[in-house]
Design a protein. Structure first.
Lengths: 114, 112
Protein backbone atom coordinates (compact mmCIF):
# COMPACT_ATOMS: atom_id res chain seq x y z
CA UNK A 1 0.00 0.00 0.00
CA UNK A 2 1.32 3.45 -0.92
CA UNK A 3 2.00 5.43 2.24
CA UNK A 4 3.81 8.56 3.35
CA UNK A 5 4.66 9.02 7.01
CA UNK A 6 6.01 12.18 8.55
CA UNK A 7 7.68 12.91 11.84
CA UNK A 8 7.47 14.57 14.19
CA UNK A 9 3.75 15.29 14.20
CA UNK A 10 4.44 18.71 15.73
CA UNK A 11 7.49 20.71 16.68
CA UNK A 12 8.17 23.90 18.64
CA UNK A 13 11.46 25.75 18.16
CA UNK A 14 12.86 29.15 19.03
CA UNK A 15 13.34 31.78 16.38
CA UNK A 16 16.77 31.57 14.78
CA UNK A 17 17.22 27.85 15.46
CA UNK A 18 17.47 25.13 12.79
CA UNK A 19 15.18 22.14 12.51
CA UNK A 20 14.76 19.01 10.40
CA UNK A 21 11.50 17.35 9.41
CA UNK A 22 11.37 13.73 8.29
CA UNK A 23 9.39 11.89 5.62
CA UNK A 24 9.41 8.13 5.00
CA UNK A 25 7.52 6.65 2.11
CA UNK A 26 6.53 3.38 0.55
CA UNK A 27 5.34 4.43 -2.89
CA UNK A 28 5.75 2.54 -6.11
CA UNK A 29 6.45 3.30 -8.88
CA UNK A 30 8.11 6.44 -7.57
CA UNK A 31 7.96 9.57 -9.70
CA UNK A 32 8.97 12.48 -7.47
CA UNK A 33 8.77 13.89 -3.96
CA UNK A 34 7.71 17.35 -2.95
CA UNK A 35 7.53 19.37 0.19
CA UNK A 36 4.67 21.83 0.61
CA UNK A 37 4.24 24.58 3.19
CA UNK A 38 0.70 25.25 4.34
CA UNK A 39 -0.08 28.33 6.39
CA UNK A 40 -3.11 28.11 8.66
CA UNK A 41 -6.32 28.48 6.66
CA UNK A 42 -4.49 28.51 3.33
CA UNK A 43 -3.81 26.08 0.54
CA UNK A 44 -0.41 24.30 0.35
CA UNK A 45 2.42 26.02 -1.54
CA UNK A 46 5.21 23.99 -3.16
CA UNK A 47 8.69 24.46 -1.65
CA UNK A 48 10.81 21.86 -3.46
CA UNK A 49 10.43 18.97 -5.87
CA UNK A 50 12.94 16.13 -6.34
CA UNK A 51 13.04 13.28 -8.81
CA UNK A 52 14.68 9.90 -8.31
CA UNK A 53 18.12 11.11 -9.43
CA UNK A 54 18.25 14.19 -7.21
CA UNK A 55 19.38 13.92 -3.61
CA UNK A 56 19.28 17.55 -2.51
CA UNK A 57 17.39 20.69 -3.48
CA UNK A 58 17.41 24.12 -1.85
CA UNK A 59 14.93 26.95 -1.81
CA UNK A 60 16.30 29.80 0.28
CA UNK A 61 16.51 28.66 3.89
CA UNK A 62 14.78 25.36 3.03
CA UNK A 63 16.90 22.37 1.96
CA UNK A 64 15.31 19.06 1.07
CA UNK A 65 17.19 15.79 0.78
CA UNK A 66 16.12 12.52 -0.76
CA UNK A 67 17.56 9.03 -0.25
CA UNK A 68 15.80 6.88 -2.84
CA UNK A 69 17.43 3.71 -1.51
CA UNK A 70 16.06 4.04 1.99
CA UNK A 71 12.95 5.91 0.77
CA UNK A 72 13.50 8.79 3.13
CA UNK A 73 13.42 12.53 2.72
CA UNK A 74 14.13 15.39 5.07
CA UNK A 75 13.39 19.10 5.05
CA UNK A 76 15.93 21.24 6.85
CA UNK A 77 15.01 24.79 7.83
CA UNK A 78 17.91 27.07 8.64
CA UNK A 79 17.75 30.15 10.89
CA UNK A 80 14.02 29.81 11.46
CA UNK A 81 11.73 32.82 11.35
CA UNK A 82 8.31 33.40 12.88
CA UNK A 83 6.82 33.20 9.38
CA UNK A 84 8.03 29.60 9.12
CA UNK A 85 5.25 28.62 11.50
CA UNK A 86 3.06 26.38 9.34
CA UNK A 87 2.28 22.80 8.47
CA UNK A 88 4.83 21.09 6.22
CA UNK A 89 3.49 18.34 4.02
CA UNK A 90 5.51 15.68 2.21
CA UNK A 91 3.90 14.51 -1.04
CA UNK A 92 5.10 11.58 -3.10
CA UNK A 93 3.97 11.09 -6.67
CA UNK A 94 3.48 7.62 -8.15
CA UNK A 95 3.35 6.96 -11.86
CA UNK A 96 0.00 5.76 -13.16
CA UNK A 97 -2.84 6.34 -15.53
CA UNK A 98 -3.73 9.63 -17.16
CA UNK A 99 -2.08 11.54 -14.37
CA UNK A 100 0.28 10.62 -11.58
CA UNK A 101 -1.21 9.77 -8.22
CA UNK A 102 -0.25 11.99 -5.30
CA UNK A 103 0.13 10.44 -1.86
CA UNK A 104 0.12 12.96 0.97
CA UNK A 105 1.69 12.71 4.40
CA UNK A 106 -0.32 14.05 7.33
CA UNK A 107 2.13 16.88 7.85
CA UNK A 108 4.37 18.28 10.58
CA UNK A 109 3.02 21.31 12.41
CA UNK A 110 5.89 23.68 13.13
CA UNK A 111 5.60 26.54 15.61
CA UNK A 112 8.44 29.07 15.76
CA UNK A 113 8.42 31.08 18.96
CA UNK A 114 10.20 34.39 19.61
CA UNK B 1 0.18 36.25 -11.06
CA UNK B 2 -1.08 32.75 -11.88
CA UNK B 3 -3.51 31.30 -9.41
CA UNK B 4 -6.27 28.92 -8.44
CA UNK B 5 -9.33 30.54 -6.90
CA UNK B 6 -12.19 29.00 -4.95
CA UNK B 7 -15.62 30.55 -4.74
CA UNK B 8 -15.85 30.77 -0.95
CA UNK B 9 -13.38 30.76 1.93
CA UNK B 10 -16.03 29.81 4.48
CA UNK B 11 -19.39 28.15 3.97
CA UNK B 12 -22.07 27.00 6.41
CA UNK B 13 -24.82 24.70 5.18
CA UNK B 14 -27.54 22.56 6.69
CA UNK B 15 -27.84 18.79 6.48
CA UNK B 16 -29.57 17.76 3.27
CA UNK B 17 -28.73 20.91 1.33
CA UNK B 18 -27.14 20.74 -2.10
CA UNK B 19 -23.73 22.40 -2.04
CA UNK B 20 -21.64 23.67 -4.93
CA UNK B 21 -17.94 24.43 -4.54
CA UNK B 22 -16.38 26.20 -7.49
CA UNK B 23 -12.75 26.25 -8.54
CA UNK B 24 -11.22 28.33 -11.32
CA UNK B 25 -7.62 28.32 -12.59
CA UNK B 26 -6.05 30.75 -15.02
CA UNK B 27 -2.99 28.70 -16.02
CA UNK B 28 -4.55 26.64 -18.84
CA UNK B 29 -3.88 23.48 -16.81
CA UNK B 30 -5.31 20.21 -18.09
CA UNK B 31 -5.51 18.51 -14.70
CA UNK B 32 -7.73 19.67 -11.87
CA UNK B 33 -8.27 18.03 -8.48
CA UNK B 34 -10.54 18.21 -5.46
CA UNK B 35 -9.19 17.18 -2.05
CA UNK B 36 -10.54 17.31 1.44
CA UNK B 37 -8.27 17.85 4.40
CA UNK B 38 -9.08 16.63 7.91
CA UNK B 39 -6.92 16.70 11.04
CA UNK B 40 -4.78 13.58 11.33
CA UNK B 41 -5.83 12.31 7.90
CA UNK B 42 -3.97 14.68 5.60
CA UNK B 43 -5.27 15.45 2.14
CA UNK B 44 -7.45 12.86 0.48
CA UNK B 45 -8.37 12.91 -3.19
CA UNK B 46 -12.09 13.08 -3.94
CA UNK B 47 -12.15 13.43 -7.72
CA UNK B 48 -9.87 14.61 -10.46
CA UNK B 49 -10.24 15.60 -14.07
CA UNK B 50 -7.60 15.45 -16.77
CA UNK B 51 -9.63 17.11 -19.50
CA UNK B 52 -12.89 18.89 -20.16
CA UNK B 53 -15.87 16.63 -19.42
CA UNK B 54 -13.52 13.92 -18.15
CA UNK B 55 -13.52 12.85 -14.51
CA UNK B 56 -12.01 10.11 -12.42
CA UNK B 57 -12.86 8.97 -8.91
CA UNK B 58 -10.24 9.50 -6.27
CA UNK B 59 -9.92 7.73 -2.95
CA UNK B 60 -13.13 9.01 -1.32
CA UNK B 61 -15.72 9.88 -3.99
CA UNK B 62 -18.79 8.72 -2.06
CA UNK B 63 -21.29 11.52 -1.47
CA UNK B 64 -19.66 13.79 -4.06
CA UNK B 65 -19.93 14.48 -7.76
CA UNK B 66 -18.03 16.83 -10.05
CA UNK B 67 -18.50 18.80 -13.22
CA UNK B 68 -15.96 20.12 -15.70
CA UNK B 69 -17.71 21.86 -18.59
CA UNK B 70 -14.86 24.29 -19.26
CA UNK B 71 -11.12 23.79 -18.98
CA UNK B 72 -10.63 26.47 -16.36
CA UNK B 73 -13.49 25.47 -14.05
CA UNK B 74 -13.95 22.39 -11.89
CA UNK B 75 -16.97 22.13 -9.61
CA UNK B 76 -17.48 19.86 -6.62
CA UNK B 77 -21.09 19.02 -5.76
CA UNK B 78 -22.47 17.62 -2.53
CA UNK B 79 -25.90 16.37 -3.55
CA UNK B 80 -27.17 16.12 0.03
CA UNK B 81 -24.72 17.52 2.56
CA UNK B 82 -24.10 15.56 5.73
CA UNK B 83 -22.29 16.50 8.93
CA UNK B 84 -19.40 14.15 8.14
CA UNK B 85 -18.66 16.30 5.10
CA UNK B 86 -17.61 19.16 7.36
CA UNK B 87 -14.03 19.72 6.26
CA UNK B 88 -11.52 21.92 4.46
CA UNK B 89 -11.85 21.48 0.70
CA UNK B 90 -8.87 22.21 -1.49
CA UNK B 91 -8.83 22.53 -5.25
CA UNK B 92 -5.60 22.11 -7.23
CA UNK B 93 -4.51 22.12 -10.85
CA UNK B 94 -1.47 21.06 -12.89
CA UNK B 95 -0.25 20.63 -16.45
CA UNK B 96 -0.72 17.19 -17.97
CA UNK B 97 2.35 15.07 -17.24
CA UNK B 98 3.48 17.50 -14.55
CA UNK B 99 2.81 16.81 -10.94
CA UNK B 100 3.61 20.16 -9.39
CA UNK B 101 0.09 21.04 -8.40
CA UNK B 102 -0.93 24.59 -7.59
CA UNK B 103 -3.46 24.76 -4.79
CA UNK B 104 -6.31 27.15 -4.18
CA UNK B 105 -6.81 28.86 -0.79
CA UNK B 106 -9.35 26.30 0.39
CA UNK B 107 -13.00 26.39 1.42
CA UNK B 108 -13.87 25.54 4.99
CA UNK B 109 -17.29 23.93 4.86
CA UNK B 110 -19.38 23.39 7.97
CA UNK B 111 -22.51 21.26 7.73
CA UNK B 112 -24.90 21.71 10.65
Amino acid sequence: KNQVEQSPQSLIILEGKNCTLQCNYTVSPFSNLRWYKQDTGRGPVSLTIMTFSENTKSNGRYTATLDADTKQSSLHITASQLSDSASYICVVSAYGGATNKLIFGTGTLLAVQP
Amino acid sequence: DVKVTQSSRYLVKRTGEKVFLECVQDMDHENMFWYRQDPGLGLRLIYFSYDVKMKEKGDIPEGYSVSREKKERFSLILESASTNQTSMYLCASSYRGRTVAIFGPGTRLTVL
